[in-house]
Design a protein around this ligand. Structure first.
Ligand SMILES: [Zn+2]
Ligand SMILES: [Zn+2]
Length: 116
């Protein structure tokens, strides 16, 4: 089992997404792998497409995925909740992570297939 790095859901296979974290810049200059579930990937892709189309500047802050301080876009993800089933939580993600997630989403079937 693996946990999604965004919503925390435990699923058999998460989709690998490469992020560039300033925290790991020295030890992992090539970037680190995060794991996202299909639902979060889709949300991230939508947010990426919307931001690209509207050229939204976003808000400045710290990315919830890689920890970089950058202009961030809102991504609403469904967080599993014991009481309500799901709760919507707004995450702030940088364009770099969104781009990576969007790419991973396009290759989702292939990526997930490889890890079986
Ligand atoms: Zn998720
Ligand atoms: Zn990021």
């Amino acid at each position: 089992m693996a946990d999604c790095d965004l919503c925390g859901v435990a699923i058999p296979t998460v989709c690998p997404v490469k992020v560039f974290s300033p925290k790991f810049e020295n030890s992992y200059p090539e970037g680190v792998w995060k794991g996202l579930c299909g639902g979060c990937l889709e949300k991230a892709k939508q947010a990426y497409d919307e931001a690209t189309e509207s050229k939204a500047a976003g808000t400045f802050g710290k990315c919830d995925l890689c920890g970089t301080k950058a202009q961030l876009q809102d991504v609403e993800v469904d967080i599993p909740s014991f009481s309500k089933g799901y709760e919507i939580e707004r995450k702030k993600i940088c364009m770099k992570c969104l781009e990576q997630s969007s790419e991973a989403y396009e290759n989702k079937d292939e990526l997930l297939g490889e890890h079986h």
